[in-house]
Structure formats: structure tokens, C-alpha cells
Design a protein around this ligand. Structure first.
Ligand code: SF4
Length: 129
């Protein structure tokens, strides 16, 4: 069974440290990350709609993100950088490796999601200026 994933969440996962919008959201996001880490061969299908993380997000209003323009911009940038398309299905490990190699290690992260409210956490972990 595949897990639906918004592309930009592939950037959030490596830096997740248990913080989020509320307790239900953080508990659930932690479970999603632990499940994918335990089984990195799990297929993920890339979606531009609400995904496995959004399911428990207080910003998810009936399947639409309250910050839809911004999150759509993040998703489009991740797809372009990773040479992937909406609907692509691949093992989580392969997707995570593409995000790491083509975005994080290439120094593109802040240019994609530097205006995210959680940016300081990711910058700290990457030791970005
Ligand atoms: S609903 Fe929006 S803010 Fe919430 S997890 Fe999904 S993309 Fe992120």
C-alpha cells in the first residue's frame, strides 16, 4: 500500500524534532516519519492535495491547506528540483535520497521554503547561514 505525500514534506521529515501546529498533528507526523523510516521501501505517491501528514493538520480545511499558495509553491519547486511529477510513485528511500542530493546537499532548501515558519529549525540542523 502506498502513502500519499506532498513533495515538500520530503524536506520537512529530515529535520522533524517533534514540533508542529498542535499535539495531534505532531503525534501523527511523528508516526508517519517513524513508519517510513522503519520501512523505507514503502511506496509513496506524490500528490499536490492533502496527504498523510495533512490528515491531522488543523490548517487542513476539508482537504485544502489554509496556506495553499505557499505550500503549492514549495511542492512545485521540490518536484522540479527532483525531476519528478505529481502522481509519480517511488520507494520512500528513493524520494528521500533525491531530496537530500538535489535540494539539501545542493544548498537549495532555503531558496525553496525559507519563508516557512519552521525555517529556523531546518537551518539549525543544516548549519545554514
Ligand atoms: S494542511 Fe498545509 S500546513 Fe497542514 S500539513 Fe498539509 S500542507 Fe502543511
Amino acid at each position: 500500500m502506498c502513502i500519499f505525500l506532498r513533495p515538500h514534506h520530503g524536506m520537512c521529515f529530515p529535520f522533524y524534532e517533534g514540533k508542529g501546529y498542535d499535539a495531534d498533528f505532531t503525534d501523527h507526523m511523528g508516526r508517519v516519519i517513524r513508519a517510513l523510516s522503519a520501512r523505507p521501501e514503502t511506496p509513496v505517491r506524490l500528490t499536490l492535495s492533502a496527504d498523510a501528514v495533512c490528515e491531522h493538520c488543523p490548517n487542513n480545511a476539508g482537504g485544502t491547506c489554509a496556506d495553499a499558495d505557499k505550500t503549492a509553491r514549495y511542492d512545485a519547486a521540490v518536484l522540479e528540483a527532483c525531476r519528478l511529477c505529481e502522481g509519480d510513485e517511488l520507494p520512500y528511500a528513493d524520494f528521500a535520497a533525491r531530496v537530500k542530493e538535489r535540494i539539501l546537499d545542493a544548498g537549495l532548501r532555503r531558496g525553496i521554503c525559507g519563508d516557512c515558519e519552521w525555517d529556523a529549525i531546518c537551518a539549525k540542523h543544516r548549519r545554514e547561514p
